[in-house]
Every structure is written in C-alpha cells, then in structure tokens.
Design a protein around this ligand. Structure first.
Ligand code: 4FV
Length: 248
C-alpha cells in the first residue's frame, strides 16, 4: 500500500513510521508513506499557506493554490490509476473497523491533513473523494487523525501484524468487544486466572470467551449489540449473561 500525506508538519509522522509494527511494515515494503510539505508548493514570496476567510469570521483557512499544486504534483506522478484522496475532517465519515477494512483494500491513497479552521472548499469539491473523521471532537490539525487512520488501516495489510488471525478475532472484528485476556502468573496478588483458560478444553475456552465478549459488549457498548448479527447460539449465551447480571 502507498500513502501520500499532504501536511504542514511532516516531521510529526517520522516517529510512528519508524517504530514498532508500522515501522516494520515500512521496512518490509508492505507500506510506503511519502510525506509532502504543503508549504513547499506555496508560490507566494512568504510561502504563506493560509488566509482570512471570505465573509469574515475567526481563524484562518488553508488556501487553494498550495494544496491544488501539491495534489497536481502527487496525482500527476502516479502510474497506478487514480488514488483515493482522503481529507481528515470532523465533517467526515466517522472511522470504524468496517471502514478501515474497506480502505485497507486500496493500493494507493492520498491523505490531506487540514489545519487552522479548515481547507478552502474548492480543494474538497475538485479533489476529495472521502472525508474521514476520527471522532466528534475538534483537534488543532489533521496530522494525528492521519496517523490514527494510517495505523488502523496499515495493520490490516496482510503480513503487517504477525498472526493474521489476530485481526480476525479482536474487538469490532465481529462487531463485539473482545473477551478478557490473561497471561502469567496464574495468581498475582491474590488475583487468579479463570480456570477454564487453563483447562486445555478449547471448546469450553471458546464458549467462555464468546460469552465474556457478549458480557463486555452488553456492559460497555450495548449499542454494538443492537447492530450485531448474533447466531442462535450467541443469543442463548447472551440470555445466560443477562440472567447472571440480573442475579448479581
Ligand atoms: C479531525 C477530526 C479534526 C479540524 C480543524 C483540524 C481539525 C483543523 N480530523 N477527525 N476530529 N480536524 O478535528 O479528523 O483543521
């Protein structure tokens, strides 16, 4: 996967692109990220990239010229078909695992990191295929959202996370929250591990995990249960969970 990032702060990306799982994905050539400084495309003598909003109002807007020329440069130099152009913005489709799975199929994406109060609407009208938000709150810039986006999409690229199964059996993979996890020691300060997990009975272990996944989701994100397509077996387990919670 290739991702071109248009940003005023390319240095913010270096640590995440050279550390841990994403760093290894870049080393292994599974992920290629090109960082473009929008200011390098500013043609005015002061390399200004923002300007006052027409119609008044507070704050500044990212001006069209530097962004248009940055996009002409990036889009002009690609041989592999038109990449999907994404603007990180609070007005966008809220990122979730389903959207991440869809976009993980893309071979080439361009991410625009907004700044100030936003970007000139003509950039959106002419170039942007999809606006993506990482949540209903306002940040100082699109850089952190772009990093969140790159992380959650890149880890779905085959070969990026060690065991591909781990992205199948995790929170949201099935629309449910994950089950409780434990590791050694068995007894820590008197807190012990559920015995079923040491039973070696994999059928019992997966039943316990599914039941705890349903319990966690019911407790912490009941909204997800509304949307989840549960099997008759899962509905049975959920009934047990509810009876246990009523009993407790
Ligand atoms: C944001 C979000 C976000 C808005 C103004 C950058 C800021 C500034 N992007 N999800 N939430 N962006 O708050 O994606 O330009």
């Amino acid at each position: 996967m290739k991702i071109d990032v248009l940003t005023l702060f390319p240095d913010m990306f270096i640590p995440m692109l050279s550390s841990s799982i994403i760093g290894r994905a870049v080393e292994k050539g599974l992920l290629k990220v090109n960082l473009y400084n929008i200011r390098d495309f500013a043609k005015n003598k002061h390399k200004q990239v923002d300007d006052y909003p027409y119609g008044g109002g507070h704050g500044m807007i990212l001006a069209p010229q530097p962004l248009f020329d940055a996009l002409y440069h990036v889009l002009g130099s690609c041989q592999d078909g038109k990449p999907k152009v994404i603007l990180m913005s609070p007005q966008g489709k809220v990122l979730n695992q389903e959207l991440a799975k869809q976009l993980a199929q893309e071979q080439h994406m361009v991410i625009i990191c907004g700044h100030y109060e936003g970007v000139d609407q003509r950039v959106i009208d002419k170039f942007v295929d999809l606006e993506v938000s990482i949540g209903d709150y306002v940040l100082t810039g699109g850089e952190l959202p772009a990093m969140v986006f790159i992380d959650c999409v890149a880890r779905l690229i085959p070969g990026v996370v060690g065991n591909p199964e781990s992205t199948q059996d995790e929170s949201f993979a099935r629309g449910l929250l994950e089950y409780p996890q434990y590791t050694r020691p068995y007894n820590y300060e008197g807190y012990t591990v559920p015995d079923v997990l040491l039973s070696g009975n994999h059928q019992e272990i997966s039943r316990w995990r599914l039941k705890e996944s349903l319990r966690n989701t019911l407790k912490k994100r009941p909204d997800l249960l509304e949307k989840a397509e549960l099997s008759p077996y899962e509905i049975e387990l959920l009934k047990e969970v509810k009876q246990e919670m009523e009993g407790s």
